[in-house]
Design a protein around this ligand. Structure first.
Ligand code: NAD
Length: 291
């Protein structure tokens, strides 16, 4: 049976280590890293995410400022806030919680964020740097997946990696990161033919699609490392619901060498990486080493 990759434990250990790094940074520079989180409208899930991010930020000794704006906020008002945060010396990371309510122009807002404070790594400048293989603020979810792979201690160089999904926030940056690790990278998406066959060739399989149980056990190469990014709420057959990934876990766990559970795999790593990005941004801005 597969080794179960405990993302919750890895995230907790990293967060604990981060708290010490934040304290050291503060001692050396006198600066408390600050994360500004912007939430527009009253989407319930977004509100939960934002609160969780703010709470964890404070738990590691960083400052967090939440800006909650009404759903009717105009593009100009939101841009003005982003520009104010760009100039605010106490703010080192800016996160605009997505999705933004219509008719706000998400792309224009993300483009307005100072790339040096772009802790989500969504700015074109950071996506471009990553594509060029240069240091960048990297999107948190794929960064979390990479850290889990590193944690396993398996050699990545020369391995065949398949990334299923090509979204801007997960699939594409994931593929870039694996390329920087010298993997042979294939990207599959909704138009890919023979997905099962592509999967069977992969030593490392990263799935970020949003379809429960899409990847079946017999699609997995024996011994492969499987990282399941999917978060899908499904009927639990008892009048309630539960969260499952994009991989048919019970089947896959018999074949894979290692696998992330859902929940408790990739999910906890995402916030941990956001906090690490915030310290990295503060260190780059203040010119102090983050280590
Ligand atoms: P998205 O909807 O932006 O992208 C989905 C991708 O899957 C697309 O590139 C599409 O081409 C591809 N796809 C769709 N159907 C397919 C099929 N049948 N075969 C192969 N590819 C197919 O989604 P996203 O934002 O990348 O998120 C993907 C999943 O990951 C979702 O379940 C989401 O909830 C989850 N997610 C989790 C975290 C986390 O912290 N763990 C973070 C972000 C997203």
């Amino acid at each position: 049976p597969a080794r179960v990759i405990d993302g919750k434990a890895v995230a907790a250990a990293r967060t604990q280590a981060l708290a010490q790094r934040v304290a050291g940074f503060r001692e050396r520079t006198g600066v408390v890293p600050g994360l500004a989180v912007v939430l527009v409208g009253d989407d319930a899930a977004s509100a939960i995410y934002v609160r969780r991010k703010a709470r964890q930020c404070e738990a590691v000794g960083m400052r967090s400022v939440q800006h909650v704006l009404p759903g009717a906020t105009t593009q100009a008002e939101l841009l003005a806030l982003v520009e104010r945060l760009n100039r605010d010396p106490d703010v080192h990371g800016i996160l605009v919680q997505l999705p933004l309510p219509r008719p706000l122009d998400e792309a224009a807002i993300l483009a307005a964020v100072d790339p040096d404070k772009d802790v989500d790594g969504f700015h074109t400048m950071n996506a471009g740097r990553l594509a060029l293989g240069r240091p960048a603020l990297v999107p948190c979810t794929p960064l979390g997946c990479l850290l889990l792979l590193r944690e396993l201690g398996v050699a990545l160089r020369g391995k065949r990696a398949l990334v299923v999904g090509r979204s801007v926030i997960v699939g594409r940056p994931m593929a870039q990161l694996l390329l920087m690790e010298d993997c042979t990278v294939t990207i599959a998406h909704r138009h890919s033919q023979d997905l099962a066959m592509l999967c069977r060739e992969a030593d490392i399989l990263i799935v970020a699609v949003g379809i429960p149980g899409l990847i079946r056990g017999d699609w997995i190469r024996p011994g492969a490392v499987v990282i399941d990014v999917g978060i899908n709420r499904v009927d639990d057959g008892a009048g309630g619901s539960r969260i499952v990934g994009d991989v048919a876990y019970d089947e896959a766990a018999h074949v894979a060498g290692a696998i992330t559970p859902v929940p408790g795999g990739v999910g906890p790593m995402t916030i941990a990486c956001l906090l690490e990005n915030t310290l990295a941004a503060a260190a780059a801005i203040e010119g102090g080493a983050a280590a």
